[in-house]
Design a protein around this ligand. Structure first.
Ligand code: NI
Length: 158
């Protein structure tokens, strides 16, 4: 188990476009394991490789605490509907803001054997997939926030 250091807003690595994964090496497998350790330690919903300083197209998501999903080279195929809600990011600690995203997403991704699969999600899972794919393009949710970025404590009282 290894917890990696989470890069925070202002770190230039978070603004870069990530590269496709072409093969699963032991280092990549270790990175994925560490990303889950880091995600669970931080009690997050999703984590993208650039958030731990690695510019590769790898995302880990777990919206329930016991449903880990790895998305390698994910590509959004389809979106529909709309949801507006509070969103946060482990790279923007203590903050939250309202973001409107699609309520349904279908994506193509590769698993840890580089086998392709499709994933569909609604609500929180759809939000997580879209949020994490944005990270791979160097985008943070704060660019999409409607209204002010708020402190988590204040937002929860509303
Ligand atoms: Ni994030």
């Amino acid at each position: 188990m290894a917890i990696r250091n989470i890069r925070e807003i202002g770190d230039p690595v978070l603004g870069k476009t990530c590269k496709e994964v072409k093969e699963i090496t032991p280092r990549i497998q270790e990175l994925i394991n560490d990303m889950f350790d880091t995600l669970y330690e931080a009690e997050g919903v999703g984590l993208a490789a650039p958030q731990v300083g690695i510019l590769k197209r790898i995302v880990v998501i777990d919206t329930t605490g016991d449903s880990p999903i790895v998305l390698i080279n994910p590509k959004v195929l389809e979106t529909s509907g709309e949801q507006t809600g509070y969103e946060g990011c482990l790279s923007v600690p203590g903050k939250t803001g309202q973001v409107t995203r699609a309520n349904y997403v279908k994506a193509l991704a590769y698993d840890e054997n580089l086998e392709p699969f499709e994933i569909e999600g609604t609500e929180l899972l759809a939000r997580a997939i879209l949020h994490e794919v944005d990270h791979l393009e160097g985008h943070l949710y704060v660019e999409k926030v409607e209204g002010p970025l708020q402190d988590v404590e204040n937002a929860e009282e509303e």
